[in-house]
Design a protein around this ligand. Structure first.
Ligand code: F3S
Length: 645
């Protein structure tokens, strides 16, 4: 039996487990990327591992998310990341150089390599034939330290493309069609692999638009073959030597096949508030709009911008529409400036933004209340634009540009005449002066890490103790979310690298005295009900309790991701054997987990002794294999350090 593209890459990179769908496998990671919003924590974690220099082939730290500097915090984070990068062998893409995925595709992506990034749209790299996944900051730190990345060996969906896109229909309309067919849940546990004759008609940046928004399918990743089109792109980027051919075997087996005839596609929109709520533009035509935002890691390539400039050239955006445009990278921006397209955008009334995530991450350009905003981005969740009742529609750059002129939803295939030929340049403008290379190993010692007051060290973790004795400093009920444990929100977002500051808010909505009481106790245990830790995957919901001295969490049941975050932080997750035993512990009871290390090590039953009430309570640890070793080591960082030794 032959192999799919994804299987070929995985086969070359597997270091733990076997290529068997649905089982856990560990893969070697060639490249990593971080953005600043998640990067500060990832680098604090990397520092805590005590590894001098990254062990990956290429690691790059980008600044693109929190580029607004209305206080010192974001600027401090940028300086911290820049100095860590310099010291530890990481390339640093300065603020102003562009959005991580766009720049990575242009300057670093290599077909056939593995990439993980602390950003969910890292699968953009699949456009150039990488196996590229979004991951947690800790996963990225571990990969930089030489550790494997663990995933469930995925199924593969083949999307067979035939035909050729009609004029003014674009790659965005392709991924919107895939989302319409598969929905936002359709990609879970799967790789979406593109093939068929139609692939040849798509440039690398167009392919990257499709793999980028594959994240909205919930897919592990999406991938295109690496062919002569990929080679052309790499040549134009001055990186032809990075190319290698990559295609699926003719007899590769897929778990599902989806057929899409490119020539039959029409411009579409993802309507509020979900990327799979797809309607053809023709159904929305004539509806009034208030705002158009063009850019983001989905649609900000050179060709995207050139098409927009050609549509806007010599015209003025509608008086009722605010039009903003953010080119995806300095390379794109600079080329538009040199070839005059930027002048066309400015003359048409576009508000030109710096090349960064900007409105996509809510950094400015929130629409008016109840406003209808057409965006070329990848997500339209309620409130993400910064306006609670904003109505965000996700569309192609072509649809966005024509609608900005007319002030209403407009189908570009109806409004525009013949399409001029848009071609990638034979040579992109290459100037990497905003990418700072790391110091040499010899110079690295003298590089000082710039820690502003907002940068605090990662909490120290220690191997699991022989026995634990601590009070149940907090007892909570059912359905505690990660928001209860560690709230998010604009007020505390700039403090993501400051665990001591964040700790003041831990469990604040349940019991505002908890942080203080936990710190005074030194060691503590949290007791909870069912579905503890549901909600987002945020790792701070484990790291902050770790900082406050929480040693174990005993509950009726855990949400899956939070449980693994606790293990990664070295906090013992236990469940009551009998749920009703929850009633046998009151807040502040003194608890003992005698010989807990030996019990875990030898898979023996674990019992909690309630010293206050003199009762024995059986609990489950349910730890096996790798998660047991991680916990015994005192968390994933310590475990990775041990593995490296
Ligand atoms: Fe940035 Fe939005 Fe992409 S936040 S990385 S442009 S999804």
């Amino acid at each position: 039996m032959g192999y799919t593209i994804a299987e070929k890459i995985l086969k070359e990179h597997i270091v733990d487990g076997e290529l068997k769908k649905g089982t856990e496998i560990g893969i070697r990671i060639d490249q990593t990327l971080t953005q600043d919003a998640t990067g500060t924590m990832a680098y604090l974690e990397f520092e805590a591992m005590g590894v001098d220099r990254v062990k990956t082939e290429r690691s790059v730290a980008y600044i693109d998310h929190n580029t607004l500097q209305s206080g010192f915090e974001n600027a401090d984070d940028h300086r911290f990341i820049g100095s860590v990068a310099k010291k530890h062998g990481i390339y640093f893409s300065r603020p102003g150089n562009g959005i991580c995925h766009q720049v990575h595709l242009e300057r670093f992506g290599v077909p056939g390599k593995t990439l993980i990034g602390s950003d969910s749209h890292t699968p953009t790299g699949g456009g150039i034939g990488m196996f590229a996944c979004g991951a947690g900051g800790l996963d990225v730190a571990v990969a930089m330290g030489g550790g494997a990345y663990y995933i469930t060996c995925p199924q593969t969906v083949r999307v067979n493309l035939t035909g050729k896109l009609a004029p003014w229909v674009s790659a965005k309309d392709v991924i919107l069609e895939v989302l319409r067919i598969l929905t936002v849940k359709g990609g879970v546990g799967k790789v979406i692999e593109y093939g068929g004759e139609g692939v040849k008609s798509l440039t690398v940046p167009e392919r990257a638009t499709i793999t980028n928004m594959g994240a909205e399918l919930g897919a592990t990743t999406s991938i295109f073959p690496s062919d002569e089109i990929t080679l052309e792109f790499l040549k134009a980027q001055g990186r032809a030597d990075a190319w290698k051919e990559l295609k699926a075997d003719d007899d590769a087996e897929y778990d599902k096949i989806v057929n899409i005839d490119l020539s039959a596609l029409k411009p579409a929109a993802a309507c509020p508030h979900s990327p799979d709520n797809i309607k053809p533009i023709s159904e929305l035509a004539g509806k009034k709009i208030d705002q158009v935002c063009i850019g983001s890691c989905t649609n900000s390539s050179y060709l995207d911008m050139m098409k927009v400039a050609s549509i806007l050239k010599g015209k003025t955006c509608h008086p009722d529409v605010s039009l903003s445009i953010a080119p995806g990278s300095k390379q794109v921006f600079n080329m538009l400036a040199e070839n005059g397209a930027l002048a066309d955008l400015i003359a048409a009334g576009a508000r030109i933004l710096e090349c960064a995530c900007g409105p996509c991450i809510g950094m400015g350009q929130s629409p008016n209340s109840g406003g209808i905003s057409l965006r070329t981005f990848n997500r339209n969740f309620e409130g993400r634009s910064g306006t609670a009742d904003g109505q965000v529609y996700l569309v192609s750059p072509e649809t966005a540009a024509v609608s900005a002129l007319t002030g209403v939803f407009t189908d570009p295939t109806e409004y525009l005449g013949d399409m001029p030929e848009f071609k990638l340049p034979e040579k992109f403008l290459i100037n990497d002066n905003m990418i700072v290379a790391p110091a040499s190993p010899e110079e690295a010692d003298s590089v000082e890490i710039l820690r502003g007051p907002n940068i605090k060290p990662f909490p120290v973790t220690t191997p699991l103790e022989e026995s634990i004795q601590a009070a149940a400093v907090l007892k909570v009920g059912d359905n505690i979310t990660t928001d209860h444990i560690m709230p998010a929100g604009a007020k505390i977002l700039p403090y993501r690298s400051n665990i001591p500051y964040l700790s003041q808010f831990c469990f604040g909505v349940c019991d505002s005295t908890f942080p203080q009481r936990a710190l005074e106790a030194g060691k503590s245990i949290v007791v909870g009900g069912s579905n503890y830790g549901q909600g987002s995957s945020r790792e701070h919901a484990a790291l902050v309790p770790l900082y406050l001295g929480v040693k174990a969490v005993i509950v009726k049941s855990f949400a899956r991701i939070h449980r693994s975050n606790l293990i990664n932080a070295g906090i013992l997750p236990l469940t009551f054997v009998h749920e009703s035993d929850y009633d046998l512990i009151d807040q502040n009871d003194e608890l003992e987990l005698a010989d807990i290390r030996a019990c875990i090590e030898n898979d023996k039953p674990v019992t909690v002794k309630n010293l206050t009430k003199n009762i024995m309570i059986p609990v489950n640890a349910d730890l096996s294999g790798r998660s047991k070793d991680i916990l015994l080591a005192g968390g994933l960082l310590n475990y990775t350090k041990q593995q490296a030794e």
